[in-house]
Ligand binder design. Structure first.
Ligand SMILES: [Zn+2]
Length: 550
């Protein structure tokens, strides 16, 4: 049989859905012992939500190992995340067996949580958060569409006495905010598109309702308008419902990492309130990991609630994944904001979040354009303004910045960033809890009496409940030992199955002892099975030692 090579990940462009499909299929075909391809379900428009399970199947099934989840592209335009998730999947496979991580840990990689939204952005550079309801064609409402046939959805600018913008005198490509000193022409801007049932007035709405799937999670969910983009109820969006079902059917998850594109950052909980809302020891552990992430990636650490422009108040994001991850799952969850083009232009996140007004922001944009002009190899981030006769609005111009590219680092920078986020993933995942059966001893202590002693231990760094928050959550079942005996073996001890409870990291252990009655002289008497917690399941056969006499 022909061996399939491990597919390469292009560095030239963002992936459309067909390319994501091709990559995950090829990766699974290339490494059938390490990678299996599944789906969480399908998107609203019917695209599969791909899910790669990556583990060394010769050392056990994914559901018997501690598991680490990586997800990306919940926000439509945050395409870098898909690249990062797929590059991580590829690296995990390539580094095996040099690294023994896949022997002990199962990785779940969901590279594109939002295939419908991403497809719209990849193909057109149009704008949408996670989903925009375009099903109702509301009157006087503009719907995005490529109307000049260049394949892109850009910005329309039209001269208008009330226009909020003027062409930047320092960089004619940019539009800047109109001030009282501004000279005409003044421009109003609209996304490229057509207006449904237009009454000819200036009151033009932009598309329908907008959804932010990172506000659709169940912890502290709030309805709109209290929380913009929240949706109708927690998990009202089918893709998020599929993801929640996926997570809750995997009690062995011990860590979660998400990929986004905002100003470069390593984000951690909480997404509302303050650090003091979290268990103090959990906070220490989580900060320790987030700082490690920041150190190896150069993406500075923030609590989600503090990730905002400096002069804004704290940003309470209700129904955010991070609070769900900590409060509902009891896990340390992280997000890498892989950056925006301003970061690639050498502008630090502190500077981006430090801008105090529109004028300062415009200065950053000018710097970005000047930097872009100096690059030898350039992604197309800008299309010159071109005259166009709009069938409804008349003469205007179409052009401007491509949000598809300004919303992320350059593809070149992304390669370096991904190498470092991978280092963090390996370090975080290496801290997995690890439940083992140590020192199983079977001794004959009487004519028909056998004594079994076993130490059930957690030799991983995290406790089996991962966090203090997780200790009392039903999701993270406590460790239990089941003693399953052959039919002709009798248990003499008071109990066979034993609730061990959670085990501390590295040193947590419990020595168990049972007495059995059997006529057998050799062979297997049954098995010990350990389950619960996030440290994986362990199993050992109880075998009478050969040639041992009482
Ligand atoms: Zn995002």
């Amino acid at each position: 049989m022909k061996k399939h090579p491990i597919p390469r990940l292009t560095r030239r462009h963002f992936l459309d859905f067909a390319e994501v499909t091709d990559f995950v299929e090829k990766l699974a075909a290339a490494c059938p012992d390490l990678v299996s391809l599944g789906t969480l379900g399908v998107s609203r428009e019917g695209r599969p939500l791909y899910h790669l399970t990556i583990t060394d199947s010769s050392t056990g099934a994914a559901h018997d190992k501690p598991a680490y989840l990586i997800h990306a592209n919940i926000h439509a335009s945050e395409l870098s995340g898909t690249h990062a998730a797929l590059a991580t999947a590829r690296r995990l496979v390539k580094d095996h067996p040099k690294s023994d991580l896949l022997k002990r840990v199962a990785f779940h990689v969901i590279p594109r949580l939002n295939p419908d939204g991403a497809e719209f952005v990849v193909k057109t550079s149009g704008k949408t958060r996670s989903r925009t309801d375009r099903s109702q064609r509301l009157p006087n409402t503009l719907y995005q569409q490529d109307i000049n046939g260049d394949g892109l959805i850009l910005t329309m600018r039209q001269q208008h006495p009330d226009g909020q913008f003027v062409a930047d005198p320092k960089d004619r490509r940019l539009l800047i905010q109109r001030t009282r000193d501004s000279k005409p022409p003044f421009y109003r801007t609209l996304p490229e598109g057509l207006i449904v049932d237009w009454d000819g007035s200036d009151n033009i709405r932009i598309e329908g309702r907008s959804f932010d799937w990172n506000r659709n999670w169940s912890y502290d969910w709030r309805p709109e308008p209290e929380q913009g983009g929240a949706g109708d109820f927690p998990f009202s969006e089918p893709e998020m419902r599929a993801m929640a079902g996926f997570i809750h059917s995997r009690p062995n998850l011990f860590g979660i990492l998400g990929y986004h594109n905002g100003p470069a950052a390593t984000l951690r909980p909480p997404s509302t309130g303050a650090d003091s809302d979290l268990d103090a020891a959990d906070l220490r552990e989580m900060r320790d990991l987030a700082r490690l992430g920041a150190r190896v990636t150069g993406l500075p650490e923030f609590a989600v609630v503090k990730y905002h422009r400096q002069y804004n108040p704290d940003l309470n994001l209700r129904g955010h994944f991070h609070n769900f991850g900590y409060h509902h799952l009891g896990l340390f969850v992280f997000e890498f904001e892989l950056g925006i083009l301003l970061n690639s232009a050498g502008i630090a996140t502190t500077e981006i979040l430090g801008v105090e007004n529109q004028e300062q922001y415009e200065t950053l944009l000018r710097r970005m354009m000047a930097w872009w002009d100096r690059q030898a190899k350039r992604d197309t981030i800008f299309r010159p303004w071109k005259r166009f006769r709009h069938p409804q609005l008349g003469n205007l111009e179409i052009g401007g910045l491509l949000t598809r590219h300004t919303g992320g680092p350059t593809l070149n920078d992304l390669q370096k960033i991904i190498q470092n986020t991978y280092r963090f993933t390996v370090e975080h995942a290496s801290r997995h809890p690890w439940v083992k059966i140590d020192d199983l001893r079977v001794d004959r202590v009487g004519e028909q009496i056998v004594r079994i002693r076993a130490r059930v231990a957690n030799r991983g760094q995290f406790p089996t409940h991962v966090s203090n928050k997780g200790r009392n959550l039903d999701r993270l079942r406590k460790v239990e030992v089941a003693l399953r005996l052959a039919d002709d073996v009798t248990l003499l001890s008071r109990e066979g199955h034993i609730r061990v409870g959670h085990l501390a990291g590295l040193t947590g252990s419990r020595t168990l002892e049972w007495f059995l009655k059997t006529d057998r002289r050799r062979g297997a008497l049954g098995e010990i099975a350990v389950s619960g917690g996030a440290g994986g399941n362990a199993c050992a056969t109880i075998r009478l030692p050969q040639g041992i006499r009482s």
